[in-house]
Design a protein around this ligand. Structure first.
Ligand code: SAM
Length: 247
């Protein structure tokens, strides 16, 4: 059996009793970075064997892992933080395990996107999760598409790209579009900045106090233009079909 087990995104208390039991009872834990997972296991005095499983070895390791699953091994997959498969390795092994008829479970648990969108204060009855934008080619096309959405959208971003991404969001969504930058969720220096894109850009581009550090989620309010929303509802792929001078 394969189980995907979410792990804390900061605060080590954010792990369920069931997740701890799965980690303890597994015969093998696949970890994105074994050093990170070792610390978590040591904190909870869990001694299960760890193997490395990450974006650079998943293709090679999957056939052997599928054999192990078919021989009845209980395998748990974790990532460094949050839910495996969400902007982290996971999808490929889930797909292969399902293809050969194995049972796959994913425990409910920590994931940065859920607390970020809820605490942003923007409507979260429907939302669009983009994850990381492409680093180079295709970034503008994606942002243009996102700017037309009639729903709140959520981006994962690294600190060194935050300012550039806020600038691009201004270019396509407009300077006054409300947004939130949620930093360091569940950690000592958790911060939520809710403001217009222009003010967020002004704040984060003057990084005197190393504000642009740590882990962050950008949440952007929906396009409130009724016509844009109607266009989107009628043809959601329209914005994506055009390419316009991507980097
Ligand atoms: N699998 C994870 C999840 O379930 O959320 C996401 C992993 S992805 C590689 C890492 C990104 O998640 C970070 O760049 C950041 O955008 C977001 N993230 C992770 N932990 C965070 C935290 N404590 N506060 C804010 N954002 C966080």
């Amino acid at each position: 059996m394969l189980a995907l087990v979410p792990t804390p995104i900061g605060n080590l208390e954010d792990i369920s009793l069931r997740a701890l039991r799965y980690l303890r009872e597994a015969e093998l834990i696949l970890a994105e970075d074994t050093r990170v997972t070792k610390k978590l296991l040591a904190h909870y005095q869990i001694e299960t064997t760890l193997w490395s499983y990450h974006a650079h070895n998943e293709h090679q390791t999957i056939p052997n892992l599928i054999n192990l699953l078919q021989s009845g091994k209980k395998i748990v997959l974790v990532s460094d933080a949050g839910t495996p498969g969400i902007s982290d390795p996971g999808f490929l092994i889930v797909r292969e395990a399902l293809n050969v008829g194995m049972e796959v479970e994913c425990l409910p648990g920590a994931c940065a996107l859920v607390p970020a969108i809820v605490v942003s204060g923007f409507p979260c009855d429907k939302f669009f999760f983009e994850g990381f934008l492409p680093h180079k080619k295709g970034k503008q096309t994606r942002v243009k598409f996102l700017s037309s959405l009639p729903h709140t959208f959520v981006l994962y971003e690294s600190p060194h790209r935050l300012v550039k991404t806020l600038k691009m969001l201004i270019d396509f969504c407009g300077a006054e579009r409300p947004a939130a930058v949620i930093r360091e969720l569940s950690k000592l220096h958790e911060e939520k900045h809710r403001d217009s894109l222009a003010n967020l850009y002004a704040y984060f581009s003057q990084d005197k106090d190393n504000k642009v550090r740590g882990e962050m989620v950008i949440v952007v309010a929906a396009n409130s233009d009724k016509k844009a929303a109607e266009r989107w509802e009628n043809n959601p792929n329209e914005a994506d079909e055009e390419t316009d001078g991507d980097e």
